[in-house]
Structures are given as structure tokens and as C-alpha cells.
Design a protein around this ligand. Structure first.
Ligand SMILES: Nc1ncnc2c1ncn2[C@@H]1O[C@H](COP(=O)(O)OP(=O)(O)OP(=O)(O)O)[C@@H](O)[C@H]1O
Ligand SMILES: [Mg+2]
Length: 230
């Protein structure tokens, strides 16, 4: 079976004025469909950078990434948009919610862009908000919600898209233990239903739910980049 993701010799750095900030060094990584892959590592180790590259959010600088055997460097922007829109659900570390929209509208926004019919949209919005226990807060705007609630709206937005791959950047960072556990259970259930889950976290609790743990240190992926045979 081909890997869902195959990353070969990825290096990445950020340029700010004359200064270069290295983020990833020669990362090689295979991720199979259906894995629950946890990326751990200290702050600044490159977790968000790696997720952003896998989510087609950050343009690739060096190396190659294959998605379903397809070289991401070789496909045009329209095809990349299609992948982002239909296959990938991204939960950002900083949420990226629209301030002027309510929780329900934030969840619905990308479904409208996907062309999901109105009745189906409403059902998915309700299901997603109920899954993160926020249905009663659906009319609130982000500024009227707690950090943890905003985090859960961002999670609901990714769930509602029903993507094949969910990329989540520290999805439990602003949650208490019980809520964090319920989010991890939710992600594990999605994985059991056949979706691929790729999560970055500092939270040792996340280890319990992952099928594989990857460790990043100063932009280097420690041993374990190859997918386990399972
Ligand atoms: N836009 C940017 N400009 C300059 N440097 C950046 C930028 N984004 C990330 N970096 C640097 O790249 C390195 C990796 O950052 P990254 O955000 O990927 O780490 P992280 O593991 O996600 O950290 P955290 O756990 O704090 O979220 C860090 O040294 C960071 O300062
Ligand atoms: Mg990060």
C-alpha cells in the first residue's frame, strides 16, 4: 500500500530581514491512511511548520511531499485548493475563526464554499457543534467565548467538512483535562472510522490515543518516521 503522505528530505526555514530561522532539517516521514499520528516536541521544534506543510498551508521550500503518491510540487494551485477544500481539515493553533461570524456560521462557512446543500449543511453544523458540546453556544461570536470554546469551534469546523485527513495543531492546548480527553476520544473515533489524524501536542495524555508518536527536536525528526506495519 502506498503511503498517504511521503515526505522526503524536507527542510524549512523562515526569513525575517537578514535573519534566518531554521524550522525543519531533512525530515523524512511516511504516514499511512488511517493512522493517528502524534507529533511531539518542545516549543519551537517545528511541529506547526510540519503540519502547515502537510496541510498545504506553507509552501514547500526544500524536499518533496507526495500525497496519495502525487507529488505536491507538481500539481497546480486549483488542484491544491481542491485538496484543501475537500480532503484536508485543518485545526489551527491560533484557531483562525472569523470574528464577525457566530460559532454556527464559522462551522458552516467552508461547507458553503464546498457547495454542500443547505439542509445537509445545517445537519452537519449541528452534529459537529454537538460533538464538541457547543450547540447551546451556537449563536455566540468568538469574542464572547472562552479560549477553550473557541478551540472547540475550530475543531467543529474541521469535523463538519468530514475530510479524509484531519491535521490538528495542539487541539487540546487550551482545554481542561476532561475536555481535552473528550476531544482526543473524538479524534480517535474518527480515526477508527477510517480517517487519518495527524496531531501536534505537548499533552502526554495524547499518547494514549495515538497509533504512532513522532518526536521533533530542533527541527530534526527523531527515529520513527517510517510508518509501522499495521
Ligand atoms: N513566521 C515565522 N517567522 C520566523 N520564524 C518562525 C516563523 N514561524 C516559525 N518560526 C520559527 O521556526 C521554528 C519552528 O517553529 P514552529 O512554530 O514550527 O514550532 P512549534 O514546534 O510548533 O512550537 P510551539 O510548540 O511553540 O507551537 C521556531 O524557531 C520559530 O521561531
Ligand atoms: Mg506550534
Amino acid at each position: 500500500m502506498t503511503s498517504l503522505y511521503s515526505c522526503q528530505h524536507i527542510s524549512h526555514s523562515y526569513q525575517q530581514g537578514a535573519q534566518t530561522f531554521p524550522a525543519l532539517h531533512d525530515v523524512n516521514l511516511e504516514i499511512k491512511a488511517g493512522e493517528f499520528c502524534l507529533i511531539m516536541g518542545p516549543s519551537g521544534s517545528g511541529k506547526s511548520t510540519l503540519l502547515n506543510l502537510l496541510g498545504l498551508i506553507e509552501p514547500l521550500q526544500k524536499g518533496r511531499i507526495f500525497f496519495h503518491g502525487q507529488d505536491l510540487q507538481a500539481i497546480d494551485e486549483a488542484r491544491k485548493n481542491q485538496l484543501r477544500r475537500f480532503q484536508l481539515g485543518f485545526i489551527f493553533q491560533s484557531f483562525h475563526l472569523f470574528d464577525v461570524l457566530t460559532a454556527a456560521e464559522n462551522v458552516e462557512f467552508f461547507l458553503t464554499r464546498q457547495g454542500v446543500p443547505t439542509a445537509e449543511r445545517r445537519t452537519r453544523v449541528q452534529q459537529a457543534l454537538e460533538a464538541v458540546d457547543l450547540w447551546q453556544h451556537r449563536e455566540k461570536r468568538p469574542q464572547d467565548m472562552s479560549g477553550g470554546q473557541r478551540q472547540r469551534v475550530a475543531i467543529a469546523r474541521a469535523l463538519a467538512k468530514q475530510p479524509a485527513v484531519i491535521l490538528a495543531d495542539e487541539p487540546t492546548a487550551s482545554l481542561d483535562q476532561d475536555t481535552a480527553r473528550s476531544i482526543l476520544v473524538l479524534l480517535k473515533n474518527l480515526c477508527d472510522q477510517g480517517r487519518t489524524i495527524i496531531v501536534s501536542s505537548h499533552d502526554p495524555l495524547a499518547r494514549t490515543y495515538a497509533s504512532r508518536v513522532l518526536n521533533l527536536k530542533d527541527g530534526h525528526l527523531q527515529a520513527g518516521g517510517q510508518a509501522d506495519a499495521h
